[in-house]
Ligand binder design. Structure first.
Ligand code: ZN
Length: 470
C-alpha cells in the first residue's frame, strides 16, 4: 500500500493524505482547504493532485476548515464516495461548510467589484457554491467513537477521541493485504491538549505500525492552564475596568470560542467578572456552533458536567450577547462602553474581527489578545512582531497604539511534551515508521528529534506530493 501526502506537508493547512491499498481502494484522509488569501492559495486549492471521482471513501478527522473545507469542491468535481466522520463532526460540517461557501461568495464579489473599478479584466470565482456545501452533506455517514466499521472487505476503521475539539478523532485503520499481512495505521488529525477545558479525550489509541502525526507545536511548550485563566482575568480588569477600553480576542468560531466562553462563564459564576461588563461573541457561525456544542453535552469532560450541575448553560451568562447580524457588529465599534469582543477569524485574516481591530488599534486603552496559532504570513502573526509601530489593515496604515498581547494557554493543539506523553500508549518497538505532517518545517524537524530521543525510528517529514510505500 502507499500513502501520498497531498497537503499539510511542511505547512499547517490543506490537510490531505491519500492511501491506496494493495486492493486498490483509495481512501482520502481529510480534504482540507489551504487558508490564506490571494491567487496562490486559490491555485493550491484547485490543484488537488488526484481525480475526485477515483476516491472510494473520505475519512474526516474533524470539522475545522483546514481539514474539511474542500469536501464541497471535490463533490462539485465528481466525488460521490462516502464521507465517514463522528456524528459531532458531521453536525459541525453542516454549518461550517455552508459558512465557508458564504465567505467565498462575499470575497469573490468584493474582489470582482474592485477589479471592475480599477478597469482590470481579472475575475475570481468561488471554489464552490452554498448548494455544493449543502448537497455534499448527503455523502456523510456518522460513526461513533470506539466502534469498528468495515470500509471494504479488507479495511476496518475505528475513531478514538483526540481531544482537539468537539467530534475530533484519531483515525485508526487496520488494512489487510493479499499476502496475509495486516498493517495498522493511525492518523492523529489534530491532537488536543490533555486537559481540554471542554472535551473528553480517550486515554489511548490502539497500537499502530505507522503513525501520521501533526506537529503544530512540535518545538514549543505551553504555559500551565490555570495561569492562562488568571492572566485573562487580570487582562480584562486592566483593559476594561481600569482603562475603560475594549479587549478584542480573535478566535476560531468553533472550538476556541466555546472554550473562551466557558472560562468567562466560570469567572462570571465566581464573581470574578464585573456584572456590568458586556461580553460579545460576534460571529454567526459561533452562535450556531455553540448550539451544536450544547446538543452534544455527553462529549464534554467532567469539569463541564460538574459546572452544569448548578448552571445548565455553560455557554451563556447574563452579560454575554451573541451577535449574528452585520449591523449589530458594526454598531459595536461606535459603542463607547468597555467590552470584551470575541470574534473570528483566529489568525485575523478575514471576518468581522479585522474590522474591530482596524477600528481600535489606534486607541491606547484597548488590547488585542491573540490566543491561537497564526501562520507566519497572517495579519495575526505580523501584528505581533516586536517593535512594530504601524500596520496596514484593509489598505489603510494605522499607528499601533493599542496593546498587542499573546497567550497560548487556549491553544487547541498539544505541545511536544504533551504529544510525547500521550504517545506513551504506543510500544516504540512496534511502530515501524512515523510521518510528520501539519506543522511549519522547523517545528516538524524539532519534533522529529524529540521522537527519536523517545525511542522511535524511521521518522519522515514528507514533502508535498511525495508517495511512500509501506
Ligand atoms: Zn483543527
Amino acid at each position: 500500500m502507499t500513502i501520498q501526502f497531498l497537503g499539510a506537508a511542511r505547512e499547517v493547512t490543506g490537510s490531505k493524505h491519500l492511501i491506496t491499498t494493495a486492493y486498490k481502494t483509495r481512501i482520502l484522509l481529510d480534504c482540507g482547504m489551504y487558508q490564506g488569501k490571494g491567487l496562490e492559495t486559490d491555485r493550491m486549492n484547485r490543484e488537488l493532485g488526484f481525480n475526485p471521482s477515483d476516491i472510494d471513501c473520505l475519512i474526516l478527522s474533524h470539522a475545522h476548515i483546514d481539514h474539511s473545507g474542500l469536501i464541497p469542491y471535490i463533490y462539485r468535481q465528481g466525488f460521490r464516495g462516502r464521507v465517514i466522520c463522528t456524528p459531532q463532526t458531521r453536525d459541525l460540517c453542516t454549518i461550517m461548510l455552508a459558512d465557508s461557501a458564504h465567505i467565498q461568495k462575499q470575497d469573490t464579489e468584493w474582489f470582482n467589484k474592485k477589479m471592475v473599478k480599477q478597469n482590470k479584466r481579472e475575475r475570481a470565482t468561488p471554489l464552490y457554491s452554498p448548494d455544493d456545501a449543502k448537497h455534499c452533506m448527503h455523502l456523510f455517514r456518522a460513526l461513533e467513537y470506539g466502534r469498528d466499521f468495515k470500509i471494504d472487505k479488507h479495511t476496518t476503521l475505528r475513531f478514538t477521541r483526540s481531544g482537539h475539539m468537539l467530534g475530533a478523532a484519531i483515525v485508526n485503520l487496520t488494512i489487510e493485504e493479499p499476502d496475509g499481512k495486516t498493517t495498522k495505521l493511525a492518523f492523529t488529525g489534530d491532537m488536543g491538549r490533555p486537559q481540554n477545558r471542554l472535551i473528553r479525550r480517550d486515554s489511548a489509541f490502539p497500537q499502530c505500525d505507522y503513525l501520521i502525526t501533526e506537529a503544530t507545536y512540535g518545538d514549543r511548550r505551553h504555559q500551565p492552564d490555570n495561569q492562562a485563566e488568571e492572566q485573562l482575568c487580570r487582562l480584562i480588569h486592566e483593559t476594561c475596568v481600569e482603562k475603560g477600553g475594549k479587549l478584542i480576542i480573535p478566535s476560531f468560531s468553533v472550538g476556541r470560542t466555546q472554550e473562551l466562553v466557558f472560562v468567562l462563564n466560570n469567572l462570571y459564576n465566581h464573581g470574578l467578572l464585573s456584572h456590568k461588563l458586556k461580553v460579545y461573541v460576534d460571529s454567526p457561525l459561533a452562535v450556531n456552533a455553540s448550539r451544536i456544542f450544547s446538543d452534544h453535552l455527553s462529549e464534554m469532560n467532567a469539569d463541564v458536567q460538574r459546572v452544569m450541575q448548578n448552571d445548565t448553560d455553560p455557554f451563556g451568562f447574563p452579560t454575554l450577547t451573541y451577535i449574528s447580524k452585520a449591523e449589530d457588529s458594526i454598531r459595536l465599534n461606535t459603542d463607547p462602553d468597555p467590552a470584551v469582543i470575541i470574534s473570528s477569524s483566529g489568525m485575523l485574516e478575514a471576518g468581522r474581527v479585522k474590522q474591530h481591530v482596524a477600528y481600535h488599534i489606534e486607541d491606547p486603552r484597548c488590547t488585542v489578545l491573540i490566543v491561537g496559532y497564526c501562520t507566519p504570513a497572517s495579519l495575526g502573526a505580523r501584528i505581533q512582531r516586536p517593535g512594530l509601530k504601524e500596520i496596514s489593515i484593509f489598505g489603510v496604515v494605522h499607528p499601533i497604539r493599542a496593546q498587542i498581547l499573546k497567550m497560548d494557554g487556549f491553544s487547541g493543539h498539544a505541545d511536544f511534551e504533551e504529544m510525547l506523553q500521550y504517545y506513551k500508549c504506543q510500544n516504540t518497538d512496534k511502530v515501524k515508521g512515523i510521518f510528520i505532517v501539519h506543522g511549519e518545517y522547523d517545528a516538524q524537524k524539532a519534533f522529529a528529534d524529540k521522537l527519536q530521543q523517545a525511542g522511535y525510528n524511521n521518522i519522515t517529514i514528507p514533502e508535498k506530493g511525495q508517495t511512500i510505500e509501506i
